[in-house]
Ligand binder design. Structure first.
Ligand SMILES: CC1CCN(C(=N)N)CC1
Ligand SMILES: CC1CCN(C(=N)N)CC1
Length: 328
């Protein structure tokens, strides 16, 4: 089978929401290729945490089954998190259906999730080895769906300030230009991870970034890269400064931003359009803009939604590879 859902950006493209159906109830969810838990807002939360959200009510589903003694607890890089109990139910994402999918019902969620009323949980699409359910680790929706999908793939078509899509089991060739370029994925850490050991800025010469790795992460808003990339890129942007007050690199909103070209798996070069690297004004004056490319230490870079806005991405769980092409 196949499935397709619209991916709708929150204001400012902070995250992209898509609807899933669980036991007859529809919730708008944040699809996250950087984690592996499918957890949902539920009526098991304190009433205050449920306010403004779609809350799954397991007592209203005729197909829900609790997993006795199973719990989950997950925390994310930004300090947010959720925890609760676990059951199985039928999950249908745009037509792709898994019976007995582990669904994790939150009994506690952090404040940032409560206040983000557009999101009612996460659909983890990284490798199942990262799933947090105890005592028995559970599989992701994609892992469970794969055997019944027409192709063992899902695709992300995320757009700047526009509706895109997530699709399971099919690669829609009308959604990208040119041919898909493929790279091997290193699954050891459970991410859609690949090497990225060189980059270039605009039409400039390739610069080495030895030993560097990156993950394709739909759950992260920005593109987080190491000092070599940050310095290499922003040295080419007039007026770019590291603005401690704002918490990252800013530049005049009138700046011309060059494209960033990054190596993927030693196999191909992905282009992140300069226009997509202008994330948003820092204040109402619209004079100063916050960069979509920001710093992270270490050599595991996080290619988040900023990269996805310039590239259609295919995740192939059949042979652990990943492909990109410019959006159509
Ligand atoms: C390496 C980190 C990337 C951001 N995360 C995520 N999308 N869930 C957490 C893991
Ligand atoms: C990967 C996740 C990080 C935390 N999130 C949040 N606070 N809304 C969602 C995505």
């Amino acid at each position: 089978g196949t499935g397709i859902v619209a991916a709708t950006p929150e204001r400012g493209d902070v995250e992209y929401l898509a609807p899933i159906n669980i036991g007859g109830q529809t919730l708008n969810m944040d699809f996250d290729s950087g984690s592996s838990d499918l957890w949902i807002f539920s009526t098991n939360l304190p009433a205050a945490s449920q306010t403004g959200h779609q809350n799954f009510d397991s007592t209203k589903s005729t197909t829900f089954k609790a997993i006795t003694g199973a719990t989950f607890s997950i925390s994310y890089g930004d300090g947010s998190g959720a925890a609760g109990m676990v059951g199985t139910d039928t999950v249908n994402i745009g037509g792709a259906t898994v019976t007995n999918q582990a669904v994790e019902l939150a009994t506690t969620v952090s404040a940032s999730f409560v206040s983000d009323t557009n999101s009612n949980g996460l659909v983890g699409l990284a490798y199942s080895k990262l799933n947090t359910v105890k005592p028995t680790q559970q599989k992701t929706f994609f892992d469970n769906a794969m055997p019944t999908l027409a192709q063992p793939v899902f695709t992300a078509d995320l757009r700047k300030a526009a509706v895109g899509s997530y699709e399971f089991g099919n690669i829609d060739a009308t959604k990208f230009n040119g041919s898909l370029q493929w790279a091997a994925v290193n699954t050891t850490q459970g991410f859609w991870q690949f090497s990225s050991t060189k980059f270039s800025v605009g039409t400039g010469a390739a610069m080495a970034n030895p030993g560097n790795q990156a993950i394709a992460d739909t759950g992260t808003t920005l593109m987080l890269a190491n000092a070599a990339v940050i310095n290499g890129y922003y040295s080419q942007v007039q007026g770019a400064v590291n603005n401690a007050t704002v918490g990252g690199v800013t530049f005049p909103c009138s700046a011309t931003l060059p494209d960033l070209n990054v190596d993927v798996g030693g196999n191909f070069n992905a282009v992140v359009r300069g226009d997509d690297i202008n994330f948003a004004p820092v204040d109402a004056t619209g004079q100063t803009c916050f960069g979509g490319l920001q710093a992270i230490s270490g050599n595991l870079q996080i290619f988040g939604d900023i990269m996805f806005k310039s590239n259609f991405v295919v995740f192939n769980g059949g042979n652990n590879s990943l492909a990109m092409a410019p959006h159509g």
